[in-house]
Write a new protein. Structure first.
Ligand code: HQG
Length: 163
């Protein structure tokens, strides 16, 4: 739902939604055993609540984290005064120089909780936590979005907002 949907021939609409019937058929044609019930269980039980089903029950999309270009159509929100970004120590020199960039994803991901940032950073190596002066950024005109599953998103974080 976020990376290479074309690998199974799935098409996402401009807002990232795919037909559930089509997803199930295309997955099963390639050897998965996906059913509507299993899909609903995955959506309900996913620890990070990565997925959402449309109100009419026919479509599914990921709440954030896409590498494909889609428009989540989230309204900009005022962020808390500070947020955290978890990264790996080996990236720090480059981040100090260049700020935070989204790499292959559409946004830089920030969290309200220190523990979440630590987990995210630990995926890449020895974790390092950066504090982002999100309040000051917002007052300076940077836009922030809050995904359906509670991840704060922004385009880039210039280095001078990082501690
Ligand atoms: C780093 C997972 C060098 C950045 C997680 C990060 C999260 C730079 C890496 C979500 C840099 C990109 C997102 C710069 C940024 N120089 N390195 N200038 N700017 N970086 O995976 O934030 O399981 O794309 O610090 O839990 O780690 O997918 O982003 O280390 O919520 O749902 O470049 O992905 O969620 O890595 O993780 P990623 P992320 P899911």
């Amino acid at each position: 739902m976020r990376h290479q949907p074309e690998e199974i021939g799935l098409t996402l609409d401009r807002n990232g939604w795919a037909s559930i019937d089509e997803l199930i058929a295309l997955s099963n044609a390639r050897g998965s055993r996906l059913s509507r019930t299993l899909l609903e269980t995955i959506v309900a039980e996913c620890e990070k609540q990565r997925f959402a089903i449309s109100e009419d029950g026919t479509k599914i999309r990921a709440n954030q984290g896409h590498s494909v270009a889609i428009e989540l159509e989230l309204a900009p929100q005022t962020p808390p005064e500070q947020l955290y970004h978890g990264t790996a120590t080996r990236f720090l020199d480059s981040i100090r120089e260049n700020g935070l960039h989204a790499a292959s994803r559409q946004h830089v991901h920030l969290s309200l909780e220190l523990a979440t940032a630590e987990k995210v950073g630990g995926r890449h190596g020895k974790p390092a936590i950066l504090t982002v002066e999100s309040g000051r950024m917002a007052r300076d005109g940077h836009l922030f979005y809050l995904s359906e599953n509670g991840v704060w998103l922004t385009d880039t974080v210039p280095a001078h907002y990082l501690r």
